[in-house]
Design a protein around this ligand. Structure first.
Ligand SMILES: [Fe+2]
Length: 211
């Protein structure tokens, strides 16, 4: 977290969104549905690959786009935190350009956007990222790619979408998730995040692994 963002405010805001509540699952949770990794997972992990994608070390400016604070937990099907999970996200910048040599429009890439970040979960399975609200690019509704690596259980890959985004219903990958409860797992409900950072959005998504 950068010095411009107050960690305590972040935690308080997430608590207000139910983040700190107990899992208290009445039964097994619906797992987050897996999705294709897509073609633009980084070929080489950038030197700056921390959880703050809005600032790139050495870049003159922060990323273009609306800041989104994405928090959540990695849980098993019984709502128990999965410890030692590594969470990765990657997405295109505000111009719709991926940090990937084979992605189109590389000359338009935003040098202030990290494009990829990763973080280890905390003791309660919690993770958080500072990124931008995803934007559409030709053929796709806005989305954030996510992967979870848990030692001994392999790598889980999915994509997160913006709840209420009209383009979702025309997106073949989103539509491929037919079960409404499974769809709910990959939807980010964007809320006012100004308690964390001025003009920011905030959301929380629990990643439920089929463990
Ligand atoms: Fe993508």
């Amino acid at each position: 977290m950068t010095s411009t963002v107050d960690r305590r405010a972040f935690l308080v805001a997430l608590a207000g969104m139910g983040f700190a509540g107990p899992a208290a699952a009445a039964g097994p949770l619906v797992p987050t549905p897996g999705q294709t990794e897509g073609p633009f997972y980084p070929v080489t992990i950038p030197a700056d690959h921390d959880h703050d994608l809005v600032r790139v070390e050495g870049a003159a400016a922060r990323a273009l786009g609306r800041v989104l604070h994405l928090g959540g937990r990695v849980l098993d099907r019984w709502g128990r935190p999965v410890r030692e999970a590594l969470v990765e996200i990657w997405q295109c910048d505000a111009h719709g350009v991926y940090r990937h040599p084979r992605a189109p429009l590389q000359d338009m890439a935003d040098p202030g956007f990290q494009g990829y970040g990763r973080t280890l979960v905390g003791p309660e399975g919690a993770f958080r990222f500072r990124t931008i609200r995803p934007v559409p690019y030709p053929g796709r509704t806005p989305h954030i790619h996510v992967a979870v690596v848990v030692p001994g259980t392999g790598r889980f890959v999915s994509q997160l979408y913006v709840a209420g985004e009209p383009l979702n219903e025309r997106d073949a990958l989103f539509r491929s998730i037919r079960d409404p409860a499974a769809r709910e797992r990959v939807l980010m409900r964007l809320e006012d995040g100004s308690a964390i950072e001025p003009e920011a959005l905030a959301t929380r998504v629990d990643l439920v692994l089929d463990l």
